[in-house]
Write a protein that binds this ligand. Structure first.
Ligand code: XMP
Length: 511
């Protein structure tokens, strides 16, 4: 399949370039900036893009590519810092701009190449973020576009097929930026738009069959979208040689085990082994108050349960994980070319002596691509829109010891929160919505009786990526409904409060 390779010089937008190209149905991979030219040649890219980056080309230790890359005869597009690498390499000159140019600029296009084909010559709003700019262009390069403060905002050497853009075509603020990327990939690099999810599913199924042959694969599923999609894909490839396991740790959402069992058996037709480990987890958590200790305990217990299963029901040769692309890639600048494989949160680190080979069929995909794949492969819509749920489950929503009583309270209360949000048409508008319980109690009245019951806190947040989050300004009527349902329906809860702290300084989960 034709592909474009992006060299990552540390820009916060490197992944975005990759995603934009894939949105144009052209396959794209992100590699560290210092990947040897030989290795890049082996990838057989149709075109290469240098990302932006925070460094300055003249500073000591600034990231530089393997310059042999310019000899591969593959078209190159440099963006921002990548543009300056090109100017510097071909003996042009870069200067420091005193006032960092940041924000929108109007690009006048003078291009006679195909980079700006069908874009028109009137001003194009483009987004800048740089402190260096080309002062003298290298020989053989011409100006393709300028802005009021940058005479060389777009440059190119059409014979060598090497281009540089001072602005960022990958961000939404650049008008027709995707068209510029498309022109580079399709018109200049001649990469055909062959990347589609249905194609990818087919190729992945073939790859899995070739890799796994007749061996056995073990896959832990959590009911979340990544592990479910991973399981469907592998099942499609190797059918009964896949064993899916779901561990009920007693810290799950209301009816979760039943729901997952139904989805797998009834809707997806994939056999699922369910391990009831509720007692073990509860016992393990006994007496633990510290959040980190609780998390660790859940992880350890999971590894133990899973290992026992693998030993008793095996032998298995493969362990399947739903690792995604951003987990696999380590941004080039600080980390170099190392590939990091995240120990999946929910697997919690499995002992190496199990000697399982790792199968990660989603390792080239972004989250939205996994969602798309899941949709195509028949994952039920409510699972696609389900809020994320942490691996250690309700244990991180309980302050202090996770006793059975507190687990019951938090589970029922969270269910009520979700139920009311669905009723009020708010569930899909928020990132997560749940209840929290600790050891604080407050006096209440039940009939004529004074009772001393739990204080339950409600946490509803809005977020795009969970890195930051804001508390949701829910209507008072919704809050009121949640509160009265909780105190009416859950025994021993007297007060309901609403958490109005944002992240930062708080986190989403309280523990
Ligand atoms: P925090 O609490 O760090 O959470 O603001 C950010 C996002 O990550 C989820 N989360 C976890 N997910 N295992 C997981 O799989 C965990 O240990 C874990 N801790 C937090 C959390 O629900 C939120 O979406």
């Amino acid at each position: 399949m034709d592909k474009i390779v992006v060299l990552d010089f540390g820009s916060q937008y490197s992944h975005l370039i990759c995603r934009r190209i894939r949105e144009l149905n052209i396959y794209c991979e992100l590699v560290p900036y210092n990947t040897p030219a030989e290795k890049i040649k082996d990838l057989e890219p149709k075109g290469i893009i240098f990302s932006g980056g925070p460094a300055s080309v003249y500073s000591k230790n600034s990231p530089k590519p393997d310059y042999e890359i310019f000899e591969l005869g593959v078209p190159i597009l440099g963006i921002c810092y990548g543009h300056q690498i090109i100017v510097d390499h071909f003996n042009g000159k870069i200067k420091r701009v005193l006032n960092r140019e940041y924000g929108n600029a109007l690009l006048t296009i003078m291009d006679k190449t195909n980079l700006f084909k069908d874009i028109g010559s009137s001003g194009l709003k483009c987004w800048m973020s740089h402190s260096d700019a080309a002062e003298v262009l290298p020989k053989g390069f011409e100006v393709l576009g300028k802005t009021s403060s940058s005479f060389s905002a777009a440059i190119g050497n059409n014979d060598k097929k090497i281009f540089g853009l001072q602005f960022h075509p990958e961000v939404a603020h650049t008008e027709k930026g995707d068209k510029v990327l498309f022109n580079f990939a399709y018109e200049i690099s001649k990469a055909n738009p062959e990347w589609s999810m249905s194609n990818f599913i087919e190729t992945s199924v073939n790859d899995i069959q070739k890799k796994v042959k007749n061996e056995k694969v073990l896959c832990a599923v959590s009911g979340g979208i990544d592990s479910t999609t991973c399981a469907i894909l592998i099942h499609r490839a190797i059918k009964d040689n896949l064993t899916c396991v779901f561990v009920d740790n007693g810290l799950l959402r209301e009816n979760e085990r039943e729901n997952v069992a139904e989805i797998f058996k009834e809707k997806l037709g994939i056999p699922l082994r369910i391990i009831d480990a509720r007692e073990r987890f509860l016992k393990g958590l006994g007496g633990l108050n510290d959040p980190e200790q609780k998390r660790k305990k859940v992880g350890e217990e999971f590894a133990r349960v899973f290992t026992e299963f693998a030993e008793n029901e095996g032998p298995f040769q493969w362990l399947a994980q739903g690792t995604l692309y951003p987990d696999v890639i380590e941004s080039g600048v600080s980390g170099g070319p190392a590939t990091v494989i995240k120990t999946h949160h929910n697997v919690g680190g499995l002992p190496e002596w199990l000697h399982l080979k790792i199968l990660e069929p989603l390792r080239y995909l972004y989250k939205d691509e996994v969602r798309n794949m899941a949709r195509i492969m028949g994952v039920p819509p409510d699972l696609l829109t389900r809020h994320p749920f942490p691996g250690p489950g309700l244990a991180v929503r309980i302050v202090g010891e996770a006793s059975q009583e507190k687990i019951n309270v938090v589970r029922q209360a969270s269910h009520i929160v979700e139920e009311v949000l669905v009723e009020d048409n708010l569930y899909d508008k928020v990132w997560q919505a749940f209840a929290i319980v600790g050891d604080d109690k407050a006096v209440g009245i039940l009939g004529d009786e004074r009772i001393f019951g739990h204080i339950v806190s409600i946490r509803v947040v809005e977020s795009v990526d969970a890195m930051t989050a804001d508390w949701s300004r829910l209507p008072f009527s919704t809050l009121e409904k949640i509160s009265s349902k909780i105190t009416n329906e859950i025994e021993n809860v007297t007060w309901v409060t609403y958490a109005i702290s944002s992240k930062p300084p708080s986190t989403i989960e309280p523990q």
